[in-house]
Write a protein that binds this ligand. Structure first.
Ligand SMILES: [Zn+2]
Length: 385
């Protein structure tokens, strides 16, 4: 099943016994202590009981299924339910027990591992990789004509040496070297053009936010300038190919992705604050935002993935209310505890998508906005289906 489909199906789970466990685990910490960490949390007795029920399976999963490159584990478990996600980025330990899965830590982690295309090149070849879910995998090797010409060149200079005097061989060899250098430049240019065309095709199939190139700076423009104008700004020359240590490559890609994401979040927060200063098309708090989501007026939601924002929901009519209420105002049925953050995320995943900004912990402006904020569109452009 596609990731998006899995997320949607998780959003529609409603367990009346409230025994759905959502875990985010930093698996880089000592693995055998993971379950101690779970048990020691300040959880209600009922939640601890549910955790004990799944702890054996979690231990076995950690011991036998986890790949070495996994840094974080996200897991939804419950009655008839077992959905792990191995993550290539670290996550903070987090536990949620309730009637529904709590997907915010997973969605936040996914924003830190967007798809990217990576080109490594030298004079001989270009290698195209795709980075997805934090893992890099080779797609294609494009060899340049340099390798062939190099062989021809060596043969022809060998013949020259045998045929003429030492002096004329040197002179001729010099001219040959110039010609050879031209051939090399042409071959590298042709290969990088081929790489750019291939990346364009990949982008059309599965768009990515960025294209990272490793190789010499001098030849990089052959690649970048071949891309259509709209893609050129995404192509970033990161540096030379780290030949000895492959993991340095992955590290630089991760750093590039992290700094791009940070800049984007900073920009989105600045835009929100400017709009709020003018009291212009903003909403605060989950209840107000959910009302606007229902009418399709929300352009972007800002939330803290580590804060589930407890509220209540009517099991009969689906109406939501603040925490601590017992009876539904609309139909009089009893209300059950729910995470308002998850209510918003379900809406975003199940209806036409609304962009999200995951705000880092401890931003006081978000707390002042009731833990969640939104930019509203001037018109209701996202009409509800
Ligand atoms: Zn109701």
């Amino acid at each position: 099943m596609e990731l998006q489909e899995i997320l949607k199906s998780l959003c529609s789970i409603q367990d009346p016994s409230a025994a759905v466990v959502t875990l985010a685990l930093d698996v880089s910490k000592a693995r055998n202590r993971v379950l101690d960490r779970l048990g020691s949390e300040e959880l209600p007795a009922a939640a601890r009981e549910i955790l004990r029920g799944v702890s054996g399976r979690i231990s076995r999963y950690l011991e036998t299924q986890l790949r070495p490159e996994t840094e974080g584990l996200f897991l939804v478990a419950g009655p008839g339910l077992w959905q792990p996600f191995a993550l290539g980025v670290p996550v903070q330990d987090f536990i949620h027990v309730g009637r529904t899965p709590y997907l915010a830590p997973l969605l936040e982690a996914l924003t830190r591992m967007p798809r990217a295309y990576v080109l490594r090149f030298d004079q001989q070849e270009g290698i195209l990789d795709e980075v997805l879910m934090g893992a890099r995998k080779e797609i294609e090797r494009l060899s340049s004509a340099v390798v062939e010409r190099n062989a021809q060149h060596q043969m022809s200079s060998h013949t020259t040496l045998q045929a003429g005097s030492a002096r004329s061989a040197t002179r001729m060899g010099g001219g040959g070297r110039d010609r050879f250098q031209h051939c090399v430049e042409d071959a590298v240019e042709a290969m990088l053009h081929k790489a750019a065309d291939r990346v364009l095709a990949l982008q059309q199939e599965a768009p990515s936010e960025s294209i990272y190139a490793f190789g010499d700076r001098k030849h990089f423009p052959f690649f970048r300038d071949r891309l259509p104008a709209g893609l050129r700004s995404q192509a970033i020359h990161v540096g030379p190919v780290p030949h000895r240590h492959e993991e340095l490559l992955d590290k630089s890609i991760r750093e590039q992705q992290a700094s791009r994401l940070r800049n984007r979040i900073d920009g989105e927060i600045l835009e929100f604050q400017a709009r709020r200063a003018e009291q212009c098309h903003v909403a605060s708090g989950p209840e107000e935002i959910l009302r606007h989501l229902d009418t399709g007026k929300v352009a972007r939601v800002f939330l803290d993935p580590g804060d589930p924002l407890t509220g209540t929901k009517c099991a009969a009519c689906g109406a939501r209310a603040g925490a601590g209420k017992e009876k539904c105002e609309a139909c009089g049925s009893s209300l059950a505890a729910t995470s308002m953050t998850q209510e918003v995320l379900s809406h975003v995943l199940l209806h036409p998508p609304v962009p999200l900004t995951f705000v880092p912990r401890g931003e006081s402006w978000l707390e002042e906005s009731g833990g969640m904020a939104a930019l509203l569109s001037e018109k209701g452009i996202h009409s509800r289906r």
